[in-house]
Write a protein that binds this ligand. Structure first.
Ligand SMILES: NC(=O)c1ccc[n+]([C@@H]2O[C@H](COP(=O)([O-])OP(=O)(O)OC[C@H]3O[C@@H](n4cnc5c(N)ncnc54)[C@H](O)[C@@H]3O)[C@@H](O)[C@H]2O)c1
Length: 249
C-alpha cells in the first residue's frame, strides 16, 4: 500500500541528509514532491533519485530565511500540483561552540534558519493545509529535550521549534491540521561530520550512552517523519518523537 498516493509534499533541506532521505522515502511511497534547498547540486541529485523512484518532482532554490522565496515557492507548489498535503520543515544549521565564543549575530542566525524559517514556512503553507486537512512535520532535536553542551544557540532554536509545533497543533487542530515533530539524536549526516564540535571540547560533557548496537543514518528519521505525515499518524497531534536509539531513555 502506498501511503502517499495522490499526496503532495513540500520538503525543505532536501539537498542532503534527513531532508533528502525524507523526500526519497515519501516519493517511494507515492507522493508528488516539491523539494527546496539552497544547495542546488545536491537538490538536483535528490530530484533525480525521486524521479527514479517514480515520483512527480519539482525542485527550486528556497532560502528558508527569505520570506519572499518561501511564499513564491509554496505558491508554485500549489500551482504545479494543485494542492499541498504535508510540509516537512527539515532545513537547518548546527553551531556548536563554547558559550562565551558564540556571538549575538551567530545566535540570531541559528534562530533565523532553524526557528524563524520553520515559522515562516508554516505560516505560508497553513491556508493550503487547512484546505487539504494536511499536516506539518518539524525537525526538532534531542537538544530541545536535554541540555546539549556547546549548543546554546542550536538547542535554543530547537526548543523553539518544539514549542512552535505544539502551538500550531492546538491552534489549527480544529481545522483538521496536525503538527508534529521529530527529535533526532546524533544521526550520521554532513551536519555531524568532522568539525561539528569545537576542537578543544571537553568530551566528558558530550558523552551520553546510546543503548542500541550502532549509529544510524538519516533513513531512520525519514521513516518516522513518514509515519507522522501519513494517515497512520492521523490521531497524533502536537507530539514529538525521539529518534535517538534510546539516548535520552
Ligand atoms: N544529523 C543529526 O544528528 C541531527 C540531529 C538532530 C536534528 N537534526 C536536524 O535535522 C535537520 C537536517 O539536518 P541534517 O543532519 O540532514 O543536516 P544536513 O546538513 O545534511 O542538511 C541540512 C540541509 O539544510 C540546508 N539548509 C541550510 N540552511 C538553509 C537555508 N537557509 N535555506 C534552505 N536550506 C538550508 C542545507 O543546504 C542542507 O542541505 C536539521 O534541522 C537539523 O538541525 C539533525
Amino acid at each position: 500500500m502506498e501511503r502517499f498516493e495522490g499526496k503532495v509534499v513540500f520538503v525543505t533541506g532536501a539537498a542532503s541528509g534527513i531532508g533528502r532521505a525524507t523526500a526519497l522515502r515519501l516519493a517511494s511511497e507515492g507522493a508528488s514532491v516539491y523539494i527546496v534547498d539552497v544547495a542546488m547540486d545536491g537538490l538536483e541529485e535528490t530530484a533525480k533519485s525521486c524521479e527514479e523512484a517514480g515520483a512527480a518532482v519539482a525542485f527550486a532554490r528556497c532560502d528558508v530565511t527569505d520570506e519572499d522565496e518561501i511564499r513564491s515557492n509554496i505558491a508554485a507548489c500549489v500551482e504545479k500540483f494543485g494542492k499541498l498535503d504535508t510540509l516537512c520543515n527539515i532545513a537547518g544549521i548546527l553551531l556548536l561552540d563554547h558559550f562565551g565564543n558564540i556571538t549575538a549575530d551567530q545566535f540570531r542566525r541559528v534562530l533565523e534558519v532553524n526557528l524563524v524559517g520553520t515559522f515562516m514556512l508554516s505560516q505560508a503553507a497553513l491556508p493550503h493545509l487547512i484546505e487539504s486537512k494536511g499536516s506539518i512535520v518539524n525537525t526538532s532535536s534531542t537538544s530541545a529535550l536535554a541540555g546539549m553542551p556547546y549548543g546554546a544557540a542550536y538547542g535554543t532554536s530547537k526548543g523553539g521549534v518544539s514549542a512552535l509545533t505544539r502551538t500550531i497543533a492546538v491552534e489549527f487542530g480544529k481545522q483538521g491540521v496536525r503538527c508534529n515533530a521529530v527529535n533526532p539524536g546524533s544521526i550520521q549526516t554532513a551536519m555531524t561530520g568532522p568539525g561539528a564540535v569545537p576542537e578543544d571540547a571537553d568530551m566528558r560533557l558530550l558523552a551520553r550512552a546510546m543503548p542500541l548496537d550502532r549509529a544510524r543514518g538519516p533513513e531512520v528519521v525519514a521513516a518516522t517523519i513518514a509515519l507522522l505525515a501519513s494517515d497512520d499518524g492521523s490521531h497524533i497531534n502536537g507530539e514529538e518523537i525521539r529518534v535517538d536509539g534510546g539516548t535520552l531513555a
